[in-house]
Design a protein around this ligand. Sequence first.
Ligand SMILES: O=C(O)CCC(=O)C(=O)O
Length: 338
Amino acid sequence: MEQSRAAPRLQIVLGHLGRPSARDIVGHPTSGTISSASFHPQQFQYSLDNNVLTLEQRKFYEENGYLVIKNLVSDADIQRFRNEFEKICRKEVKPLGLTVMRDVTISKSEYAHGEKMITKVQDFQEDKELFRYCTLPEILKYVECFTGPNIMAMHTMLINKPPDAGKKTSRHPLHQDLHYFPFRPSDLIVCAWTAMEPINRNNGCLVVLPGTHRGSLKPHDYPKWEGGVNKMFHGIQDYEENTARVHLVMEKGDTVFFHPLLIHGSGRNKTQGFRKAISCHFASADCHYINVKGTSQENIEKEVTGLANKLYGLANTMDLKDIWMFRARLVKGERTNL
Ligand SMILES: O=C(O)CCC(=O)C(=O)O
């Protein structure tokens, strides 16, 4: 889209808006060294050589498509994100561009308002407090290992997984985040996802299929589950059922970085608490937009643009690229293509 079209629309929108066998995987390597004799650096495809990751960590990400860094975000920062989320829930702040999501069952349940009503806030790029997450040096230090030095924050979320009301709607189907993204190359995109409290199988931790980042983008659609599924929760229709899975049990502050082709999802929240995580998808500013027409991503494009055009009364003038250009924010280096 040319700049001349983008600028007025940006004003309009901003004006209206008030992702080896699992059994063989050893934990989450966060430190340590490994003999360089067994490595061939020229074979690294998914990570960059900037002296931040140990060889073991790089090899782990290359093979598995994810890497957990323990205790990366401080309790103080997590408390600030929590406070701001609560303010949003109480409608004390209304960040521009924020999308508020509700569980399909919650809107019909006993929770009338507040934190218990909201399952996710998305696109908090205009909320200074929450967006601090995307600028934390400890996060960007790792992001740079995958994107390189010019970094855009593309997609932001604070996920408040509700107690499952019995219909299993708190599950997030297995998917690849790249399904949602009209930018490439995929190897220069990475998600940072930080646990805001201890997260385990009881309250619905992330589940990943290691090594699937080496495959291709698969067709996604709404899963045919009984009991309902949340808006935009597309899942892969035909993944290999016997592929090994790893449940990422994490402590508060632990952060997982993962590739946008990694197949992942999250389980049901069987507790009475609201399980919280904050995340951002980052991309190299050297990525470029693609046209998803005629590809498996066309269904999500229709849904996202349909919703945006309806919300902002834009008479079908916004396309997927426009929406992503509005979300994208430079967080390090120089803005180039995105
Ligand atoms: O936090 C979760 O439960 C899963 C989030 C996720 O996979 C996503 O939003 O793409």
